[in-house]
Design a protein around this ligand. Sequence first.
Ligand code: TYM
Length: 379
Amino acid sequence: MFIKYLIYYYSMIVTPWEVSGEIDYDKLIKKFGTERIDKKLLDRIENIAGEVHPFLKRGLFFSHRDLKWIIDEYDKGNKFFLYTGRGPSGDTHLGHLISWILTKWFQDKFGAKLYFQLTDDEKFLVKDNLTLEQTNKFAHENALDVIALGFDPKKTTIIIDTEYSKVLYKEALKVAKKITFSTVKAIFGFTNESNIGKIFFASFQIVPCFLESIKQKKNVPCLIPCGIDQDPYFRLARDVLPKLGYYKPAEIHSKFISGLGGGGKMSASIPSSTIFTTDSPNEVKTKINKTLTGGRETVELQRKLGGETEKCVIYEYLYYLFENDDKLIEERKKNCKSGKILCGECKNYLTEKINKFLKDHQEKRLKAKLIVKEFMPDL
Ligand code: TYM
């Protein structure tokens, strides 16, 4: 049972707290028991939204639970709300933005409300080196990145767990009463040495799945965009919620973008693997210059054999995040594989793209400080 959720499969590790090794997403779908997002589903989304977001089109979001049901309900006039979040263990990085950007797209296209949870409690409990004051401070910093993406304040509620506990705690108790220790042990791998806060915490991450149902005093479908590492929490939520009279939450899962050195996801815990939203243009330039590419050992070999885009982190960032134009990305791939362009050129191109994005984001982040209160409800 434990193995069912925590996958130590060949060299691949995927848990809510650790993602490393070569990730085989086909195997993950099989092992987690999720469904692949297929063309038929994308066509239905396009019919409603008028377009398909590049993250969906290029397969960055690849897996789901009950997304078809969410669309069925929407077609019947039963609108869903969105729920996503962040465990504030440090500054925000590009990997975190992936789920948030798609969430924003769903909010715009489907008029959906959003609950965004910042689990300062979770990161205090699971990270030995962080105090509660630090995780709470990061939560407030991370909230600025969420707001900078342009969410509608009238439709968005940002929850910091330790500050919203008057509402969350009552509901978390109801969730906790439906979960046994042996279940969380099986799902999260807890042992007798695990602190008891971690054991209770899962119930806090489950509560926002039904906050809108409480508010509207009727069952409201919930869609959770997240990296697939968060699935164990929501697998558990899907067991518990029907027992409390709520719908099972639906999920849409993203792949992980790699750390700058390849081999595992971009992670706030490994700053050298990571581009933070607060990085300066020079920091980005230096980091991208050191990034793993699919280039050959020498210029001569590269001209002769061409580069290997499938191994290249620079190409990955362009393909998934920074080059939406299908023709341009295809051309870049062709030119790399034929040895026409060298890694330096792609690195400069990506650096420019990232810095342009970050300049805009950082300006919006500054302005976000003025409107933060609109997103955080008074208790
Ligand atoms: P956290 O802070 O680990 O991650 C926040 C979100 O970012 C995703 N993510 C990534 N996605 C793509 N590439 C990466 N390199 C990458 N790194 C992180 C994560 O999968 C996640 O979706 N327990 C949660 C906080 C949380 C939450 C939620 C997340 C509370 N409620 C609801 C998603 C949905 C956590 O620690 O996330």
